[in-house]
Design a protein around this ligand. Structure first.
Ligand SMILES: *Cc1c(COP(=O)(O)O)cnc(C)c1O
Length: 392
C-alpha cells in the first residue's frame, strides 16, 4: 500500500478482510485466540509462528489501527496504547534506564511534565527543560548520559513552533532519539519522521478520533526502536488499547484528512477575525503571517492546524466573561473534536504549573484557547462576539 497517497492509506490501509467479505472493518472483541493443536499453541507462544495469542498484545482490530497509522506517519512500526499518556510512558520505560537524561521542551502538555517530574524522576531519569524555540538551548543541555529529546510542535496553547531540522540534527550528533508528540498536526499536516524525528507519539483521543468518543494513544517509529523496547513494555505492563476503541480510531482515520482541512480552514478564518477585533490584544496561530515563526511553520506543516489562542484586552475577569458569554461552544479542555471547545489555560490545563513559571511561559490570565470544530464559522464567531463585543 506504500505507493498510495495518505488520504487513500487513511481509508484503506492496514486491514485484512476476513472470510466474511465485509467492506467495513470488523471488530474483534476477544481476549484470547484458539489454536488448532497443542503444537500450534506452542509455536505461537515461542514466536516461531506469527499470529494472535492474547489481546493484551495481539488483536486484529488494534493491529489494523497500528498498521494504518504507521503507514500514514511513514514509520515501520506502531504500538497502540490505552491513552496518549501511556504512549509516552511506554516509550520512556522501553527506551530508558536509571541514570539516563532527557532534554524536553518546556512547552509540553502539562500531564507529560508531571509524568517527567513526579514519576520518571523516581526511577532515576532526569529531565532538563529548555525553550521550544531556541534550538541552541537544546545543544547546551545535552549531557554525556542524554538519551532522548522530547517536544510537541506547535505547542499548546501558544502554538510555538519547534525547529525539527535543527533539533533532529542535535539529536543525531549526540546519539539521542528525537521523540515528537504529533497530536496537534496529525500526519495529515506534518510527518515528523520525514523531518528527522525518530519516534512519533499520538494522543488518539484528539484529532485521530475527532469526535471526542474514546481515549487512546500510539507510538510510531523504526522496528528497532518500537518492536522490542516499546511493544515489549506494553505487552508486559499492559496499557493496551481495547479493540472497541481501536475500531473507533480506525474509522476516525478514514475522515481525518477532510476533517483536518476543515478544522484548518475555520481556524484560519477565526484567527484572522480575532486579529481585527478591538477587544483582542494578540492572536496565536501558525497560519497567520503575523506569527513569529510563520515561515518555519509553513516549511514543516501543510497548514496552521485547528488550535487558536488569543489574549483579550484585560485580565482573568475579562477572559472568563468571554468564555461564560458563549452559548454554543463547549467549555472543556479537550481538543481536536468536531465540537468547538473553549478553555482558560491558566486555571485549567496549566493550573498545576507554578504561577511564576506560568507567566514566564506566556500563559497569562487573559489568554483563551479555542480548538476550532466543524460548526459553521459564522456561528462560532457570533458566539465569541457575544462576550468580546461587551469588552470594547
Ligand atoms: C491530550 C494530550 C496528551 C495525552 O493524551 P491522553 O490521551 O489524554 O492520555 C498528550 N500530548 C498532547 C499534546 C495532548 O494534547
Amino acid at each position: 500500500m506504500q505507493e498510495f497517497d495518505i488520504e487513500t492509506l487513511a481509508v484503506r490501509a492496514g486491514y485484512d478482510q476476513t472470510g466474511e467479505q465485509e467492506n467495513s472493518e470488523a471488530i474483534f472483541p476477544t481476549s484470547s485466540f484458539r489454536y488448532h493443536s497443542a503444537a500450534q499453541a506452542a509455536a505461537r507462544f515461542s514466536g516461531e509462528e506469527k499470529g494472535n495469542v492474547y489481546s493484551r498484545f495481539t488483536n486484529p482490530t488494534v493491529r489494523a489501527f497500528e498498521n494504518r497509522l504507521a503507514l500514514m506517519e511513514g514509520g515501520e512500526a506502531c504500538v497502540a496504547t490505552a491513552s496518549g499518556m501511556s504512549a509516552i510512558l511506554s516509550t520512556f520505560m522501553g527506551l530508558l534506564q536509571s541514570g539516563d537524561h532527557v532534554v524536553s521542551s518546556q512547552s509540553i502538555f502539562g500531564t507529560t511534565k508531571v509524568l517527567f517530574n513526579k514519576y520518571l524522576s523516581k526511577f532515576g531519569v532526569e529531565v532538563t527543560f529548555v525553550s521550544q524555540t531556541q534550538s541552541s538551548e537544546w545543544a547546551e543541555a545535552i549531557q554525556p548520559n542524554t538519551k532522548a529529546l522530547f517536544l510537541e510542535t506547535p505547542s499548546n496553547p501558544l502554538t510555538e513552533v519547534a525547529d525539527l531540522e535543527a533539533i533532529s540534527k542535535i539529536a543525531k550528533d549526540n546519539d539521542c532519539v528525537l521523540i515528537v508528540d504529533n497530536c496537534f498536526c496529525t500526519p495529515i499536516l506534518q510527518r515528523p519522521l520525514e523531518q528527522g524525528a525518530d519516534i512519533v507519539i499520538h494522543s488518539a483521543t484528539k484529532f485521530l478520533d475527532g469526535q471526542g468518543r474514546a481515549i487512546g494513544g500510539a507510538v510510531i517509529g523504526s522496528s528497532e526502536l518500537i518492536e522490542e523496547p516499546v511493544r515489549g513494555f506494553m505487552r508486559t505492563a499492559g496499557p493496551t488499547m481495547s479493540p472497541f476503541n481501536a475500531w473507533i480510531f480506525l474509522k476516525g482515520l478514514e475522515t481525518l484528512s477532510v476533517r483536518m482541512e476543515a478544522h484548518c480552514q475555520r481556524a484560519f478564518e477565526l484567527a484572522s477575525w480575532l486579529t481585527d477585533h478591538p477587544a483582542v490584544e494578540q492572536v496565536f496561530y501558525p497560519g497567520l503571517e503575523s506569527h513569529p515563526q510563520y515561515e518555519l511553520a509553513a516549511k514543516q506543516q501543510s497548514a496552521g492546524g485547528g488550535l487558536v489562542s488569543f489574549r483579550v484586552k484585560g485580565f482573568q475577569d475579562q477572559a472568563w466573561s468571554v468564555i461564560d458569554s458563549t452559548k454554543m461552544l463547549s467549555i472543556t479542555a479537550n481538543l481536536g473534536d468536531v465540537k468547538t471547545s473553549i478553555t482558560h489555560p491558566a486555571t485549567t490545563t496549566h493550573s498545576r504549573v507554578d504561577p511564576q513559571e506560568r507567566l514566564q511561559a506566556g500563559i497569562t490570565d487573559n489568554l483563551i484557547r479555542i480548538s476550532v470544530g466543524l460548526e459553521s464559522i459564522e456561528d462560532i464567531k457570533k458566539d465569541l462576539a457575544r462576550g468580546l463585543d461587551r469588552l470594547i
